[in-house]
Design a protein around this ligand. Structure first.
Ligand code: SF4
Ligand code: SF4
Length: 193
């Protein structure tokens, strides 16, 4: 909970004290000066650090799997029907065990508005929007993602809102590699007062 400091309490009680002694100015300057001696809050993205969004973040889609590696998707097409942008295409088939599975499961992320309706509609929690956000491409055609790629996409971390160590790799396109899934809490270095 926010606590008033001494200067604020004094100013509230005796308005003239604040005006005469420029207490607002002193208050502002003291905050600026205190930042001079505090730890930096600048994120060194993408060279050294990167932000891991909270689990509620709606980033790139991914398909969840069963323990045996098979997709959880039963190709019911509900996600495709509910999508307001018509960016999901599902073609079902029946596998050797008689399970209904997606032969084709394409998401066109160039059209997607990341509303999360597909995730909400899925009866088996197969499709979800994760925390991965670095998937820009030079051509919009490359933003169409298929079933196998969606199954390899990173899922959600339990926590988020933190900074992890990262490396910028420019050898084969531009990639930001981060090995940790959870890092330090950046917000603790940001003082609002
Ligand atoms: S997030 Fe919304 S727009 Fe994107 S694929 Fe899902 S339902 Fe469609
Ligand atoms: S992802 Fe879910 S809603 Fe979409 S086709 Fe598969 S099972 Fe149905």
């Amino acid at each position: 909970m926010y606590k008033e400091n001494f200067l604020e309490r004094l100013e509230k009680k005796h308005k003239w004290v604040g005006v005469t002694l420029f207490l607002d100015l002193i208050d502002g300057l003291s905050l600026t000066l205190s930042y001079l001696f505090s730890k930096t809050v600048t994120m060194r993205y993408p060279d050294k650090e990167k932000w891991v969004p909270y689990p509620r973040f709606r980033g790139h889609h991914f398909l969840r799997k069963h323990d045996d590696g098979d997709t959880r998707c039963v190709a019911c097409e509900l996600c495709a029907k509910i999508c307001p942008c018509y960016c999901i295409k599902v073609v079902p088939y029946e596998d050797d065990k008689g399970n209904r599975r997606p032969l084709v499961y394409d998401v066109n992320t160039a059209r997607c508005l990341f509303c999360g309706l597909c995730e909400d509609a899925c009866p088996v929690e197969a499709i979800a929007l994760g925390q991965f956000f670095e998937f820009s491409r030079y051509e919009s055609g490359h933003l169409k993602v298929g079933r196998d790629e969606l199954m390899k996409m990173p899922g959600k971390t339990e926590k988020g809102g933190s900074i992890v160590k990262a490396h910028l790799l420019t050898g084969d396109g531009v990639k930001i590699e981060a090995k940790e899934r959870e890092g330090y809490n950046w917000w603790k270095f940001v003082r609002r007062r």
